[in-house]
Write a protein that binds this ligand. Structure first.
Ligand SMILES: [Mn+2]
Length: 340
């Protein structure tokens, strides 16, 4: 597809051309480039990492695609996903000029890959989180973008990179998952225009949806049932709580990476204003995933525990066992809901 023609036709212009030019220049001037995203990668992280890798390889660059942690099974259908290697698969030092860091509010979010950065390595930060910090040599932070996938599309359109059907699929997956299937308020007319152009470029929406949402391992389906059975509706149904213990995980035979998205089960009733999944990490730590409707800002709540995210989707780790973390978060959520 000729992206320039299509984007022109759709009245699609980039309001961020200055940042895009800076990033393009830095990438062009680099020979060896690390492309990395955050720990516990989601669809936006994996999809945009792969899309930028394709672009950089087409520019003739040596690309290192690195991840800190497991990629959820539902994203393993993406073309070239096996090219993203674990930190441990690399020597402790890499000869790189530049690190392209995607979807990270802070550089620490790349986890073990921080070991490849040093004073000689230039960094590029492309992110859309509310709490993002300009930690890199060149920063492009757009909190109005639904996803980094959307920003990646904007970049490719601006630099006139003709995306392949594989890249269209990667970016569509990024946008689809980061918007909660085009449901969050971050979904704008521009998001939909881009999604449409990605379909034109060869992304198969039904196939992607099936792989991401309708290809559950029976172990995960079983686990989902158990997690749903823990449901607690509080404050006249405005707060919905579910939880997951390590014992449930082991009994179902599921992996932690399979549990991404379970928190969305809390929002299946329109009366729910804030939903919370409490996930046991160990005896002294509990992972919290939060979702919200309307005017409740869960990024702010997650921030109280050094976590973060978006207004309507955020997470953090509470340094308490599950039962105590539950009490603590019920107190906070009740206060927030009553104030709202
Ligand atoms: Mn994202």
């Amino acid at each position: 597809m000729n992206l320039r023609e299509k984007t022109k036709k759709s009245n699609f212009a980039s309001p961020h051309i200055n940042q895009i030019r800076k990033i393009k220049k830095l990438l062009q001037d680099s020979r060896q480039i690390l492309v990395v995203s955050h720990i516990d990668p989601d669809g936006d992280a994996v999809g945009t990492q792969l899309a930028f890798a394709a672009y950089l390889k087409d520019l003739g660059k040596k690309v290192y695609l690195i991840r800190d942690s497991e990629i959820p099974a539902k994203y393993l259908f993406l073309q070239h996903v096996d090219d993203i290697k674990k930190v441990e698969d690399f020597p402790s030092e890499l000869d790189i000029d530049t690190a392209l860091i995607l979807e990270c509010p802070t550089v620490e979010r790349i986890g073990g890959a921080t070991g490849f950065l040093n004073d000689r390595v230039k960094t590029i930060n492309i992110d859309h989180h509310q709490d993002s910090t300009p930690f890199a040599t060149v920063n492009w932070i757009d909190t109005g973008a639904s996803s980094v996938g959307e920003m990646a599309f904007e970049y490719f359109a601006a630099v006139d990179y003709d995306i392949s059907a594989d890249v269209a699929e990667q970016l569509y997956t990024a946008i689809l998952t980061d918007t909660g299937r085009f449901r969050y308020a971050s979904t704008t007319p521009r998001t939909m225009t881009i999604a449409g152009l990605l379909l034109e470029a060869g992304a198969d929406s039904r196939k992607i949806c099936d792989y991401v949402y309708y290809n559950l391992d029976p172990a995960v389906m079983k686990l989902t049932g158990w997690v749903l059975n823990t449901i607690e509706m509080l404050n006249d149904g405005k707060i919905c709580l579910i939880h997951l213990t390590n014992e449930m995980l082991t009994r179902a035979g599921a992996r932690v990476s399979d549990t991404e998205g379970l928190v969305d089960l809390t929002m299946f009733n329109m009366g729910v204003q804030v939903g919370c999944l409490l996930k046991e990490i160990d005896e002294s730590r509990t992972k919290l995933s939060l979702r919200a409707r309307d005017n409740i800002n869960v990024a702010e709540i997650a921030g109280r525990f050094n976590g973060g995210g978006h207004v309507s989707a955020a997470g953090c780790i509470i340094p308490l066992p599950l039962s105590e973390a539950r009490q603590k978060i019920i107190g906070i959520l009740t206060e927030v809901v009553n104030a709202g």
